[in-house]
Design a protein around this ligand. Structure first.
Ligand SMILES: [Zn+2]
Length: 182
């Protein structure tokens, strides 16, 4: 089942499919519905200048070269590693279609960092929206599963707040994919 949405030439959301809505509900986006999403600027949903910049590059390249670009990304639940493929395709009149397919899921021990019900308090910690590595103070980007030690060192009960960004490796992979478009 593929999760799809499209944006018009001015990056406003034009279409979302049933699978998109279901996925939003399962992932704590239960407040989202068609009426609240259609017509909105996509940029309202993209957090942080690093992420905005990479999306701007993707949109520009796909529109200019009129060729689909394919990316891999990861979007875990607390108990599952989930790998996806995202295809960004050009449609008529500079509309873009985003199609996301699940590739595989791997169960693992729950990762506290992703628990939506846990109490959070500053400082903000950045998680890469594409590979879910986490940027820890003085350690750079580390695998999500390796954040356990860091959390232990903070003591129990309270997690740092999460903000979304993109790591250098993912940035490089995306720029490469865009360069390879003919
Ligand atoms: Zn990354």
């Amino acid at each position: 089942m593929s999760i799809q949405y499209s944006i018009d030439s001015t990056d406003h959301i034009r279409f979302i499919n049933e699978a998109w809505l279901q996925f939003a509900c399962q992932n704590d986006g239960g407040h989202l519905n068609r009426a609240s999403v259609i017509g909105k600027s996509l940029w309202e949903f993209i957090e942080g200048e690093d992420l905005r910049q990479i999306y701007r590059h993707i949109f520009k390249a796909v529109r200019m070269k009129q060729q689909a670009a394919v990316f891999r990304f990861r979007c875990d639940s607390p108990v599952c590693r989930r790998f996806f493929q995202l295809m960004v395709s050009p449609l008529q009149e500079d509309e873009l279609m985003f199609s996301t397919h699940p590739i595989r899921e791997v169960q693992r021990d729950p990762v506290l960092f992703l628990d939506p019900d846990v109490q959070r308090r500053g400082p903000f910690v950045t998680i890469c929206s594409w590979c879910m590595k986490v940027r820890l103070p003085n350690q750079g980007w580390v695998e999500l599963e390796e954040t356990v030690n860091y959390l232990d060192s903070l003591g129990t009960g309270v997690l740092p707040s999460l903000t979304h960004g993109i790591c250098l490796e993912c940035q490089g992979n995306i720029e490469n994919e865009l360069k390879n478009l003919k």
